[in-house]
Ligand binder design. Structure first.
Ligand code: PMP
Length: 403
């Protein structure tokens, strides 16, 4: 007989070491970053990916309500079998247009967009070798794994290492370069011009994850590649509707031929129910609004800069000053959780401690996301509160990490 109890007790022990307590929060409509909690009353959220507050923007909320009145709650099927609504089609056109690409395909999440698109692209090119940044997101890792293509992992944001690895591969083999523009955990930006140059010289297909950039950077919120005049250098751009665009869903945009292949073969696209029409309508309203408005982007930039400056003045170490993702370096799981708990209990400020598997053990961070929804005074209050805790707990001070 199989001894399930042995198996279960080992499983319980392993999961206990990764135990997660989820804070139950209710984002207060129209007042975000304010939120209610059961234990701590009203709090302010400092770690939301709804960076621009579009999840509560009246235009987005209204678009979703209207779509529910028009088409009801669910989509009724997979995209292929009765689940494609007019809003999905409009959204895909809008996203292709935003990125200056021929076509786009919307998935139910950014995770499934990466997983589905990469498994097809790397998997269907015979002999493909995929080159992936070592800190790329789990959805990229899983997509490449499922493609069964050979992989080469280059050191984080290190074009010289990428070139060394590419140069060692048979020039006749197809090659796919995959990276994030704004890194999800460190907030640092990839050296896109150098990477694109290598890709061009070695004839690589290029896939750029702009999940933490779309809506927030570049003309009309088209992302970092567009901001740097490099949009044309990346064959495929991938993004999410779940962060700056405030709703949910993911997408990939690129040449029709490749998007057709993803549409035809991607299992995470085919074998799941389409997003509800209301979600597609909300995403569409957010993309359209942010194409025409710089106000949110300006506020985000100002708040991020203020936070970088204030942390640097107090020598509170953080990983990078490139973006609105301000990862305060703690490097110790228990201490990280303690700082997070004190911020919440004493100041009603919520920032989640980030530990393994999101970051490596020993590299724990407080991933702070000053957004367009915070006021400059909020930013000052947050840093002042953090500074007080830093002193009280005697946490070492130091310099900002990698640029
Ligand atoms: N790519 C990156 C870099 C991410 O950080 C994330 C999610 N945090 C995703 C993809 C997946 O996006 P989504 O949340 O829409 O599934």
């Amino acid at each position: 007989m199989i001894q399930y109890m042995d198996f279960f007790s080992r499983l319980a022990e392993e999961s206990a070491s990764r135990k997660r307590e989820f804070l139950e929060i209710g984002r207060i409509a129209g007042r975000f970053p304010a939120a209610t909690t059961r234990q701590d009353g009203e709090i302010a959220v400092w770690c939301s990916n709804d960076y621009l507050g579009m999840g509560q923007h009246p235009l987005v909320v209204r678009a979703m309500k209207t779509a529910i009145d028009e088409y009801g709650a669910g989509s009724g099927g997979s995209r292929n079998i009765g689940g494609t609504n007019h809003y999905h089609v409009l959204l895909e056109r809008e996203l292709a247009d935003l990125h200056g690409k021929e076509d786009a395909l919307v998935f139910t999440s950014g995770y499934s967009a990466n997983e589905g698109a990469l498994s097809v692209l790397a998997g269907r090119m015979d002999g493909c070798v995929a080159f992936s940044d070592e800190l790329n997101h789990a959805s990229i890792i899983d997509g490449l794994r499922h493609s069964r293509a050979e992989k080469r992992i280059f050191r984080h944001n290190d074009p010289a290492h990428l070139e060394e690895l590419v140069a060692a591969v048979d020039p006749r083999r197809p090659k796919l370069l995959v990276t994030e523009s704004v890194h999800s955990m460190g907030g640092d930006m990839a050296p896109l011009a150098e990477l694109a140059d290598i890709a061009k010289r070695y004839g690589m297909l290029t896939f750029l994850d702009e999940v933490h950039a779309v809506g927030m950077y570049g003309p009309q919120g088209a992302g970092i590649a567009a901001e740097r005049g490099l949009a044309g250098e990346f064959d495929l751009v991938m993004g999410t509707l779940a962060k700056a665009f405030g709703t949910t869903g993911g997408y990939v945009a690129g040449p029709s031929l490749l998007i057709d292949a993803v549409r035809a073969f991607s299992r995470s696209f085919i074998f799941t129910t389409a997003l509800p029409p209301s979600v597609a309508a909300g995403g569409l309203a957010a993309v359209r609004h942010l194409r025409g408005s710089d106000v949110e982007r300006e506020r985000l930039r100002t708040n991020a800069r203020t936070m970088h400056r204030m942390l640097a003045e107090r020598r509170i170490p953080f990983l990078s000053d490139h973006s609105h993702i301000v990862s305060v370096r703690v490097g110790e799981d228990a201490l990280c959780k303690r700082i997070s708990a004190l911020l919440l209990e004493r100041h009603g400020m919520y920032v989640q401690a980030i530990n393994a598997p999101s970051v490596r053990a020993g590299e724990e961070i407080l991933r702070v996301a000053p957004g367009a929804v915070h006021s400059p005074a909020d930013v000052r209050d947050f840093v002042t509160a953090l500074d007080g805790i830093w002193t009280e707990l005697g946490v070492p001070r130091g310099r900002t990490g990698r640029g």
